[in-house]
Design a protein. Structure first.
Length: 725
């Protein structure tokens, strides 16, 4: 559940949320600082002193009272609050409110037709009893969504749609005259129009028929529709985009810094079609290096308040599904006019840096440019240059499929950029940045988009080379404007959630790891050490996933609190305007301020930041769903095979198992574990056999077989076979 975020930059550890949680669990009991420290597994003097300090803060805020000298109890309240609903898959929910220290449980009977994500007014009660506090929804202020994807069941006089969303606890009633040509069993998009007070289900109508369940395009379109994401452009937007003048003119070049004669190249994924960024490299007479980070000048073509700009803003991001990209911009711009394609002149917005041999920035320049890309590399090709220091690219990894020779100046530039990038990365890590190089699951697809194999994308030196110079540009642009105290679009990242860090500590202790909670720096250092130590071990993906979940979500905001994960005081998104609207806003604002413009309206841009963050979140969910769908599809053809997996989750209803060789995750239900009668042990995060005392816990290796692969629900069920002893 979400918690109210804390600001960055605190010199002392803040335990108020954890203290409040401990006191809330037993509201009739009083605690002293020693008992709280013991509950938090803290025994150092500094932490105990900070607990004492935080107890006094909570007392001053009238959230707790001192029942006896040094003993504290929560002050119970019964009040009305506004917040949002976070549904579980078991027809219960949680009420989330910034004014409350913790999320509040809502039993089904108290939901009163509220759905996941809805903004509501709620009443909190039972705060003085020994039971946990509960909430009751009194009023629905705003629906999070009114359109849902599901399968239609047509009866004689009516129909109803059962949604595929596990958090949607009701079906939707459809009058016979509102099925819009749907056939029984079709996957449809429905609009929820009304929910009469005494009705068990809401009333709705079919907006669109997506196809038959299990068909590839049906399921992909269903994923997009579930999150309100489009899969094509309105005809008027396409028409407008196709009429844009995309020619490179002498008149426009004269307004820009001409860098066409400077060595410039791109490094991107092998299958990329939109090239946002290029690097230029030049050795200066003083022995320093001039490195240009050149970004597609999307804002040159994307004029404010046009039909095209409004569509791009509404989308806010491109969506990367397993088998396709749903672009933010029409193809004429994303893949052609804006894309920094090889051997073509392009308009760019650039951050040009002078670095000395220690990778220190001694000078910087920002502005509009024109470039010519001398070479396009895939990451694999650039990696070969770095690893072999050779100018020969073998046919096996070549973009052209044939062996070729790279011009020596480009080889030398690549090697020097790699050397400087490694220095920048070391500095960043030493400053407290956290290195999340989580393995990405990718699929080999045939012409029908059927998965024929699974592989993993791992970041190597070539990836890090591009990453470091993009980070440098993003940081320096944000710093340039931030120090002027003018409104800007920042990419911010708050400190890790304290309770989640505690939960992570509990899990990783089972594998012999630990986190040092003494300071912000010690937490960062121990997280990096943890991520390094699990590399290549059976628990790696589990620990990587749990560590990422401890992190706050990075968002866009005009309020700069820095970026915890990158250890930057200033950070923005400037380097991917073809696929991210906030980068377009950053370009426009930077040019506005370079032209001497005044600070823009902060509230207006904060609203744009919120929208961009929301759309990014929806796109990420759709991308995850497409991966789950493809994993289920892949496993359908492997039902007779035995797989070795790692237990990645344990609940009272079963264990989740992630197959080691392909990262596909499914559930073994507790009632179907045939070798014993198992019960859930919450303290051990384990299932324990009543007779055999066999323990199934996080990180254990087990053998499984596919029991069921449900494409519509994107869900795998496994048969549990045995432990790998």
């Amino acid at each position: 559940m979400s918690k109210k975020p804390k600001k960055l930059g605190k010199k002392q550890k803040d335990f108020t949320a954890s203290i409040f949680k401990i006191l809330s669990k037993e509201p009739s009991k009083s605690f002293n600082y020693k008992q709280i420290a013991a509950a938090l597994e803290l025994n150092d003097t500094k932490s105990r002193n900070e607990i004492i300090r935080d107890l006094k803060i909570l007392k001053s805020q009238d959230k707790i009272h001192e029942t006896d000298r040094g003993k504290y109890q929560i002050i119970s309240k019964s009040e009305y609050y506004e917040g949002s609903i976070d549904m579980t898959s078991r027809k219960t929910g949680y009420f989330i409110c910034d004014e409350l220290e913790d999320d509040v449980f809502i039993p089904f009977i108290n939901l009163n037709h509220a759905l996941d994500g809805d903004k509501v007014r709620a009443y909190i009660y039972n705060r003085r009893s020994s039971r946990r506090p509960e909430a009751e929804v009194l009023e629905i202020l705003e629906r999070a969504k009114t359109e849902f994807v599901g399968v239609i069941d047509i009866q004689k006089n009516f129909a109803f749609v059962t949604t595929t969303n596990a958090k949607m606890y009701t079906d939707i009633f459809i009058p016979k005259n509102k099925i819009n040509g749907a056939q029984h069993g079709d996957v449809v998009l429905v609009s929820m129009e009304d929910w009469p007070k005494k009705a068990d289900s809401p009333f709705g109508s079919v907006i669109n028929v997506l196809g038959k369940p299990g068909e590839h395009n049906t399921e992909i379109h269903a994923i997009l529709a579930e999150y309100g994401l489009p899969y094509d452009f309105p005809i008027e937007v396409e028409t407008y985009a196709n009429k844009i003048d995309t020619s490179i003119t002498e008149e426009e070049i004269a307004k820009r810094r001409d860098m066409r004669n400077v060595l410039t190249f791109t490094i991107d994924p092998k299958d990329a079609k939109d090239f946002d960024d290029a690097l230029s490299f030049e050795i200066l007479e003083n022995g320093n290096y001039e490195i240009g980070v050149h970004i597609a000048d999307v804002s040159h073509y994307l004029k404010e308040d046009t039909i095209l700009d409004k569509e791009a803003y509404q989308r806010a991001t491109s969506v990367y599904l397993v088998d396709r990209v749903v672009p933010m911009l029409p193809e004429v711009l994303s893949n052609f006019a804006c894309s920094l394609r090889p051997h073509e002149e392009k308009y760019t917005f650039s951050a040009v840096f002078q670095l000395n041999p220690k990778a220190e920035v001694v000078d910087s320049w920002f502005g509009r440019t024109v470039i010519y890309s001398d070479q396009r590399f895939a990451y694999e090709e650039a990696q070969t240059i770095i690893e072999t220091q050779s100018d020969i690219i073998p046919a096996a990894i070549s973009l052209t499929g044939t062996e070729y020779k790279v011009p020596q100046p480009i080889v030398e530039a690549t090697l020097k950029l790699d050397e400087l990038a490694k220095i920048l990365r070391r500095k960043r890590m030493a400053h407290g940045a956290i290195s999340f190089d989580k393995v990405e699951v990718k699929f080999h697809l045939n012409q029908e988009a059927e998965p024929t194999g699974v592989y993993f994308k791992v970041s190597k030196d070539a990836n890090h080379l591009i990453e470091e110079f993009m980070l440098l540009a993003n940081r320096k642009v944000a710093e340039f404007i931030g120090k002027q105290k003018k409104t800007f679009v920042y990419r911010i990242h708050d400190e890790p959630n304290e309770d989640k860090l505690m939960n992570l500590q509990t899990v990783i202790k089972k594998f012999g790891y630990s986190i040092n909670f003494k300071s912000k720096e010690s937490i960062s250092n121990s997280l990096n050490t943890l991520l390094e130590e699990v590399q290549g071990k059976k628990e790696q993906n589990l620990v990587d996933t749990l560590a990422i979940r401890t992190m706050s979500k990075a968002v866009y905001s005009t309020e700069n609190i820095g970026h915890y994960g990158l250890a930057f005081d200033y950070y923005s998104h400037f380097t991917s305007p073809i696929r991210r609207y906030p980068d377009v806003m950053a370009h426009r604002l930077l040019q506005h301020y370079l032209d001497g413009g005044k600070s823009v309206n902060e509230e207006e841009y904060e609203e744009k930041c919120r929208h961009s963050s929301d759309m990014e979140n929806l796109a990420a969910q759709a991308e995850r769903d497409s991966i789950k769908y493809m994993q289920v599809k892949y496993m359908q053809d492997h039902k007779d095979e035995e797989f070795l997996g790692v237990i990645s989750g344990v609940t009272e209803w079963g264990i989740y198992v992630e197959i080691i060789e392909n990262k596909c995750e499914g559930m073994c239900r507790i009632r179907e574990l045939k070798d014993d009668y198992y019960t859930f042990d919450e303290k051990q995060y384990a299932l324990v056999g009543e007779v055999s005392k066999n323990i199934l816990q996080l990180g254990d290796e087990v053998f499984v077989k596919v029991k069921n692969a449900d494409l519509v629900k994107k869900q795998l069920d496994f048969w549990y076979l045995r432990k790998n002893e």
